[in-house]
Design a protein around this ligand. Structure first.
Ligand code: MOS
Length: 727
């Protein structure tokens, strides 16, 4: 592999090239695109979780002025195909197709789409439509009657086995065993989920914020039974993705179908409440962790079992044990994921999907082991650090975890910590300091692009990747400016259109590595074509493709062209494994009378290979730290277990932090050079910053109060026993 030489624009702290457009409101998001003669759709969703639709009564709905049409399963049926889920090499978030039949699979499933001349009219008619159901008692969650484990070996089950755990655990001098739990969490990006569909003859154009324009293009074509070349999906700016827009939702094809039937464009903006059930979510999980160590703190036995919820229809696999089992030197490891099905919508990806629940459990357990050993938790991690992946026996491409601990601990002032729990107070506040590890695989996908150099030294970069808020436009422009030796202002980047050269789904923190690599490759080709010292007379345009090691041979660019997810995981390479690491430190304060929990400060240090732009990188990591606080203390969807229905599906009841909840956040970048991951040495960091924060906070709460909480979120009431604050 040739390591690209970097000249200077890469790595600079430059402001986002799209900053002005965003703050002045000229950057077009999904619903911003105006269409001629639009109509407006609203959804009707099921109030039961399991059963069938018996009948509709539209007597009142039909009287609403401006109503155009109510689409139900009578109108749709088999005219739209369900499509395959992404994990089954399709494009969909779920195979559960609403309006295909009268069957209801989960609470909040679409049972009708109402289209009218105005949004107000469609909403009024949707509210007036009466639906009669035949309800069956549903199973709500893991442990509910009727919730079932999938058959062993079914998709979604993952198992890792090294050495002999049971024997080593039995003989270990110090051991701990504990169970942990994480709640369902729902995507609430700033930009509401939306779709605008317009037909021109047989050609469909869709404006929808998505992490995969190609995936939506091909998925829609398959669902509607039309040619992919007749579908164009446009998504130049996205107001928050985080996995919520990774796969195609079932609602899009319904809107495309309605637009075709009515012969007019249809716009749909999904409400917050509907977003809770018509997109994916982070499913609830349960864990059992057992750790055994010598008195000196050498880990000898590690066992992590996880239970994850999925729908009846679709297996869903986080494979959450892949990361944590590679974190510590240990000769005896056993880990397993179980899938549990219930009557719920199919879950999906949410920022660091596997690591958030699984590292909460593991990094809490490591902290428990540190107390059992009477050892500083940082020292325990130091004693078990490894440059060799204990699962595969392969070296890490690079690993700077201890450097991250050194820098973060120094900045935090960890050395001043009184190790005793419940021993540090300031007035009425118990003060606790906790830490945990962040890790995330360095992943990469195939990509293609076209780069054009004009005689006036302007450059156009075209690739079907996406700006999901991470700074993609900026770092791609930096790459081209750097590699072609032109000013940054000369580079224009086009993203988010299925007609552009294909790039993969923007997910798994893989886009920086995938797209910057192929853009640098294109620039190299241009440099070879443009003779040094001569003046260009006409533009030079080159197409480049990159198919990274580990992707299907030769086929990577072809597959992403068809919108299929091809992301090479960090543990799948032949000679090494590749992960980014970080160290999370937090201070919590717990009020002795009210149990109020505050997080006045957090310090994180992260090493993720080459940093393309410290400004956008820190923004990603800091956003992760903040979401981590939210994930530990606030967020959680409540389920009515009798109805299998979400009880807090709106922003007044689904808790999220506001500015006043967030104290001082310090984000440190630890320099790291990695010559194995890809030719620019990029590991990716979109997800890294959130990982481990939940455990660091739970660990700090234990240090503050002496109370160990193993179930998230941890709230005021969880720290009381009777009338008194525990501890
Ligand atoms: Mo992200 S959860 O990989 O879209």
């Amino acid at each position: 592999m040739k390591f690209f030489e970097v000249k200077g624009t890469i790595g600079q702290t430059v402001p986002r090239v799209d900053a002005r457009a965003k703050v002045t409101g000229t950057a077009p998001y999904g619903d911003d695109h105006p269409v001629a003669n639009p109509t407006y759709a609203s959804l009707v969703t099921s109030s039961i979780a399991l059963g069938t639709v018996k009948s509709f009564d539209d007597t009142t709905a039909r009287t609403i002025p401006g109503l155009l049409k109510i689409f139900t399963h009578h109108d749709i049926g088999h005219r739209i195909r369900p499509g395959k889920t992404m994990l089954k090499r399709g494009h969909m978030a779920t195979s559960i197709a609403p309006l295909r039949s009268r069957k209801i699979h989960f609470s909040g499933q679409i049972v009708a789409v109402v289209v009218a001349e105005t949004k107000e009219a469609s909403r009024a008619a949707a509210q007036a439509l009466k639906v009669e159901y035949e309800a069956v008692i549903p199973s709500a969650t893991i442990g509910s009657p009727g919730a079932k484990l999938t058959k062993p070996g079914a998709m979604g089950d993952t198992e890792i086995k090294v050495g002999n755990f049971e024997k080593a655990f039995l003989n270990a001098e110090v051991k701990i065993e504990a169970e942990y739990e994480t709640p369902p969490q729902h995507h609430n990006p700033l930009e509401l989920f939306q779709t605008t569909c317009a037909w021109n003859g047989d050609e469909l154009t869709v404006w929808e914020s998505t992490q995969s324009v190609r995936g939506s293009q091909h998925g829609l074509a398959a669902q509607l039974g039309i040619k992919p070349k007749n579908v164009r999906v446009i998504s130049p700016f996205i107001g928050g993705a985080f996995g919520s827009r990774g796969e195609l939702a079932q609602s899009t094809a319904l809107i495309a179908f309605a637009a075709k039937k009515l012969g007019r464009p249809v716009k749909l903006v999904i409400s917050r409440r509907e977003g809770f059930t018509n997109r994916t979510f982070r499913a609830e999980t349960k864990h059992r962790v057992r750790l055994g160590a010598t008195r000196e703190g050498k880990l000898q036995a590690l066992n992590h079992e996880g239970w994850e919820l999925t729908s009846r229809a679709d297996p869903f696999a986080l494979a959450g044990i892949e990361s944590g089992t590679r974190l510590y030197a240990c000769e005896n490891i056993e880990a397993k994921v179980h899938n549990v099905t219930a009557d719920r919508q199919t879950p999906g990806f949410m920022r660091a999907p596997p690591e958030i629940p699984y590292l909460f459990a593991l990094e809490s357990a490591i902290d428990e082991l540190a107390y059992a050993l009477g050892m500083d938790p940082v020292e325990l991690r130091r004693r078990n650090d490894t440059m060799i992946d204990p699962v595969k026996g392969l070296p890490f491409s690079s690993r700077s975890l201890l450097k991250c601990y050194d820098e973060a601990a120094a900045a935090f002032g960890w050395a001043k910590r009184n190790p005793k729990p419940c021993a540090t107070r300031e007035g009425d506040w118990f003060i606790g300091w906790g830490c945990a590890t962040a890790m995330y695989p360095a992943q990469i996908a195939p990509a293609t692009c076209r780069v054009t150099l004009y005689p006036n030294e302007k450059v156009l970069v075209e690739t079907g990747s996406h700006e999901i808020g991470t700074g993609a436009y900026t770092i791609i422009a930096q790459t081209a400016a750097d590699q072609l030796g032109v000013p940054l202002a000369n580079v224009k980047v086009s993203l988010g259109d299925s007609r552009l050269p294909a790039a993969a789904l923007s997910a798994g923190s893989s886009s920086a590595a995938s797209v910057c690599t192929v853009v640098a490759k294109a620039c190299l080709k241009i440099r070879a074509k443009a003779k040094a010292g001569t003046v260009l007379k006409k533009p030079i345009a080159v197409l480049a493709k990159n198919n990274p090691e580990g992707a299907p041979r030769f086929l990577g660019p072809f597959l992403i062209g068809r919108g299929l997810a091809v992301i090479v995981p960090g543990h799948s390479h032949k000679k090494h494994v590749q992960y980014a690491f970080g160290a999370q430190f937090v201070e919590v304060r717990v009020h002795r009378n009210t149990g109020e929990i505050r997080v006045p400060r957090a310090v994180g240090a992260y090493a993720a290979g080459r940093i393309m732009n410290p400004r956008t990188a820190k923004s990603q990591l800091m956003g992760g730290q903040i979401w981590g606080i939210s994930s530990a203390l606030l967020e959680g969807t409540e389920i009515d277990v009798k109805l299998a229905r979400y009880m807090n599906a709106d922003l007044s009841e689904y808790l999220m932090p506001v500015n006043a909840d967030i104290g001082e956040i310090t984000t440190l970048l630890v320099p790291e050079e990695d010559k194995l991951v890809n030719p620019l040495g990029i590991k990716g960091l979109g997800e890294l910053g959130i990982v481990g924060m939940n455990a660091a906070i739970a660990n700090a709460i234990f240090h503050a109060t002496g109370v160990r909480r193993r179930k998230l979120p941890i709230r005021v009431g969880d720290l009381f026993s009777g009338e008194n604050l525990v501890g």
